[in-house]
Design a protein around this ligand. Structure first.
Ligand code: ASP
Ligand code: MG
Length: 411
């Protein structure tokens, strides 16, 4: 007998009928002799509706009331799922975050889980009750309702699994698992059997939307094995887990792309100590995350500084940078929103050389110009013109042997 945590996202609980399907699947796993905790998101589209209501009410809603509002969607879905299970003859009980409680810090709309009290849940499990938990929400130490950021139910599920030392945390979703790249761009993309926490972290931060980034950080920290799989069939999905020897042998595990950034260049800045701090401190003070940064070799004591910011923050960032540029005596500011960041990710890179140059050669063979490059131990990212995104993803996926037929041949 195992303790299983299952999480169902908004699309899996989007209608009464779908909730009944979820109930049947939960019941089946329970009937196999497992203790069950189910974490659910709001019904598809509901959280967006609540966000829109807040925006319609006022331009800058109070953060506390915003969280009270957007947490409401999950209250509906947990009650409905519990009803569905009860009408099938099972004992089921729903819990809001505060009823467990799931304690968080007080960073409204992006709170971090600090502690989960497991006694209520344990007692229910002990008497055979299926526990249904509202994802995405918690309570701070002053009894305020908090939410964990969009997509936060993934993190709720992993945190509950960690607190209960569950045997597995299943994330049931509308895709079959984690793919080597976006199958909408590359139909030959294949489903990975397993992927390491670090690779998944890179992929989540580089634009893969399968799991919320924080849920992966949590899983890594507490060593929770996360099984991402389809809620519509019983096929095994992808295990997100600790790195093992097999993973090292694969040079590149996945290709990702991200069109959510924009590029800003500050031209001919006087090259002296303190310039970077003057340029980037106002951006961080405005909560704008700067991603890639390059600074060229300086001539005549002048240098160019280029970096990327989230496209959503582009206007705000540009205004700040233009002000700073004038202050520090730069010659001007240039910007470009039509960029894409293409990345290759794989733990195998750590022990092999030549991966980056193969990426550059592959792009250049297609005439794709690389504007910026950044690397980490397990990834290489290139900024290119966004009109080449699909082409770049396709050729890199093939060049690194990730197409389905290529993978099959190697086995
Ligand atoms: N309902 C929340 C959202 O839409 C949380 C989640 O779906 O994970 O972001
Ligand atoms: Mg989600």
């Amino acid at each position: 007998m195992a303790l299983v945590v299952q999480k169902y996202g908004g699309t899996s609980v989007g209608t009464i009928e779908k909730i009944q399907n979820v109930a049947r699947r939960v019941a089946r796993t329970y009937d196999e002799g497992n203790d069950m905790v189910v974490v659910v998101s709001a019904m598809a589209g509901e959280t967006n509706k609540l966000v829109a209501l807040a925006e319609a009410m006022c331009e800058f809603p109070s953060e506390r009331e915003y969280d009270v509002l957007v947490a409401a969607g999950e209250q509906v879905s947990i009650a409905l799922l519990s009803m569905a299970l009860q009408s099938m003859g099972y004992k089921a009980k729903s819990y809001l975050g505060w009823q467990i409680p799931i304690y968080t810090d007080n960073a409204f709309s992006k709170a971090r889980i600090e502690e989960i009290q497991d006694s209520n849940i344990r007692e229910d499990l002990h008497n055979g009750t299926i526990v249904v938990v509202a994802g995405f929400q918690g309570i701070d130490h002053d009894n305020n309702i908090t939410t964990l950021g969009r997509g936060g139910s993934d993190t709720s599920a992993v945190a509950v699994a960690a607190a209960l030392k569950a045997d597995v945390c299943e994330i049931l979703t509308d895709v079959d698992g984690v793919y080597t790249t976006d199958p909408r761009i590359v139909p030959e993309a294949s489903k990975m059997e397993k992927v390491s926490y670090d690779e998944m972290l890179e992929m989540a931060s580089l634009g893969s939307k399968v799991l919320q980034l924080r849920s992966v950080e949590f899983a890594k920290k507490y060593n929770v094995v996360v099984h991402v799989r389809s809620s519509l069939n019983d096929n095994p999905g992808t295990l997100v887990m600790k790195e093992d020897a097999d993973m090292e042998t694969v040079l590149v595990s996945g290709v990702t792309y991200n069109k959510d950034e924009a590029k800003i260049s500050v031209m001919r800045v006087p090259d002296k100590p303190g310039i970077a701090a003057q340029l980037f401190t106002p951006l961080s003070a405005a909560n704008i995350m700067v991603d890639m940064i390059i600074q060229n070799i300086s001539h005549e004591g002048l240098t160019d500084m280029t970096f990327t910011v989230p496209r959503a923050d582009f206007k705000k960032a540009l205004k700040i940078v233009e002000e700073t540029a004038a202050k520090i005596g730069a010659a001007g500011v240039q910007s470009n929103q039509s960029i894409a960041k293409i990345s290759i990710v794989g733990v195998g890179m750590r022990s092999h050389s030549g991966i980056a140059s193969k990426m550059f050669e592959t792009l250049s063979a297609e005439g794709v110009n690389i504007q910026m490059i950044s690397t980490s131990e397990i990834k290489v990212s290139c900024v290119i013109d966004d009109k080449y995104t699909e082409l770049a993803v396709r050729v890199l996926h093939e060049a690194f042997g990730l197409d389905k037929q290529q993978v099959a041949q190697e086995k």
